[in-house]
Design a protein around this ligand. Structure first.
Ligand SMILES: [Zn+2]
Length: 479
């Protein structure tokens, strides 16, 4: 077939290639794939990934409109009609895309979601150019390579593949690429804008979104996560005011000391245990990765009123503690206005990650109780996006179980609650149950999202792309 090096005459080659290659059903979980041995399908995935990664879509300074336009062009070149592809620009440099593959309509659509903005990357901190796709040591390096352009590129590529093979699903398959996820859609130009202005275009029975990857330990897949819920991020400002004065005549009542005393009390405060369907299943299934007392304690979380000693032991691990309860932590501190003046104001910022379903005003009240000082004013400083967990739907979990067994033999399919936030919370609030599930395999100790030298294993990229292709088919009546 085609031996040309990647990147020549992409559009023409792909449609012919795909029509030919797809007929031959060449695809299986990619082994030691690297750029030189790519199948036509993998070549398209590579090129779309490269195109997306090399558009700087840093939320504050980059251009997601260019990325949305580029993916619209790819979909149209791949055979989608103009009326089924919409690239929106709600503001300068900001872009969202929606595309639809029509099905029989026997069931409500499935929505595939991926954000196209990325967090900043300082060139001088990286060993490679963060806005160039670099293959090195079996990895693809670039800002957004994992978060979240792997999923965006895979979804676009697979939509073209479905189109090219004439796939007729029993439900429409909708793709939404949104901007501004990395700022929690603060200005409502991304997922909220789509929900508000084009709900009809993205309405669906459920959605697949980022989150929930495949954990590798010593190269072996051990868990394949389904993110069904996420904790709610909300922040508070703590303030202590004081009349101040000259620092040469200090008094006991000092704004900085007072705040510090309150923070020490907060550091010793724990919210009550709060388990839910997802976290109980998480602990029950994760016990096998632990041994001895920890494994026993994890199994103990299945009880209605787990043994307090087991809870206390598990809470000693920051990762497990974050799955057991709401947490609040001081993240920023300021005080004083001059070195020779007694401070008139001391402030701190506290970021809380609230268990889904816990009332917001209860959080503030708990903080006030923990600080136990009415001189410390507590003010909520951002809007919390509450979202109910998505149900562990058998149709979805069943399909994942089956496919995961084929692609990631030995990995436990694990429902998880993410301590971080995604656009899934807005979708869930809008009544679209959303599952974070990427199929992207990464070493559990090499998570580089938001960090420097972000990378994904080359093999995992093509394996994940194929996994998502198959999963969406399995969830839309295809074989
Ligand atoms: Zn992300």
């Amino acid at each position: 077939m085609f031996t040309e090096r990647p990147g020549h005459a992409a559009g023409r080659r792909h449609s012919i290639l795909l029509a030919a290659a797809l007929g031959a059903a060449l695809f299986m979980p990619a082994g030691g794939a690297c750029a030189d041995e790519l199948t036509p399908q993998q070549q398209l995935a590579h090129d779309i990934y490269k195109e997306l990664l090399e558009i700087d879509t840093t939320t504050a300074t980059g251009n997601t409109d260019r990325a949305a336009q580029a993916m619209a062009a790819r979909l149209k070149a791949g055979g989608f009609a103009d009326e089924d592809v919409h690239a929106f620009s709600p503001a300068p440099r900001k872009g969202n895309l929606v595309a639809r593959l029509h099905g029989s309509g026997a069931r409500k659509p499935i929505l595939l979601v991926a954000h196209i903005d990325v967090v900043p990357a300082n060139r001088e901190d990286w060993s490679v150019d963060p806005f160039k796709l670099v293959e090195k040591d079996g990895y693809y390096y670039a800002r957004g390579s994992g978060d979240d352009k792997y999923m965006a590129a895979s979804f676009v590529t697979n939509m073209i593949r479905y189109k090219q093979e004439g796939y007729k699903p029993d439900r429409d398959i909708i793709l939404a690429l949104e901007t501004d996820e990395e700022i929690l859609d603060r200005d409502a130009l991304g997922i909220q804008w789509l929900l508000k202005n084009h709900r009809d275009l993205i309405d669906a029975e459920f959605a697949l979104n980022e989150g929930g990857g495949v954990g590798l330990k010593d190269g072996k897949p051990i868990r394949n996560s389904i993110q069904t819920s996420e904790k709610v991020s909300v922040s508070f400002l703590l303030e202590v005011k004081n009349s101040g004065g000259h620092s040469s005549v200090p008094r006991k009542d000092n704004a900085i000391y007072r705040l510090a005393e309150g923070l020490v009390k907060l550091s010793q405060f724990d919210f009550p245990l709060h388990l839910n369907e997802t976290t109980r299943a998480y602990f029950a299934k994760s016990a096998q990765f632990e041994s001895g007392q920890t494994a026993d304690d994890m199994r103990a979380m299945a009880a209605d009123n787990p043994d307090p000693a087991a809870v206390a032991r598990l809470s000693a691990s920051a990762v497990y503690n974050a799955q057991l309860r709401t947490t609040c932590v001081a993240t920023m501190l300021q005080g004083g206005h001059a070195v020779n003046a007694l401070p008139q104001l001391a402030t701190a910022k506290v970021n809380c990650r609230v268990m889904p379903g816990e009332p917001m005003d209860g959080i503030k009240a708990a903080l006030v109780r923990a600080l136990a000082d009415d001189q410390i004013a507590v003010t909520q400083i951002d809007q919390a996006v509450l979202s109910e967990p998505a149900k562990l739907d058998e149709q979805i979990v069943g399909a994942i179980d089956k496919l995961s067994g084929e692609f990631f033999p030995g990995a436990v399919v694990l429902p998880v609650m993410s301590a971080g936030a995604t656009d899934g919370s807005y979708l869930r609030n809008a009544g679209i149950p959303t599952y974070g599930h990427s199929g992207l395999a990464n070493d559990i100790n090499d998570i580089r999202a938001h960090g420097k030298d972000e990378r994904v294993p080359v093999k995992s990229f093509y394996q994940g792309d194929e996994y998502l292709y198959r999963l969406v088919k399995a969830l839309s009546g295809g074989t």
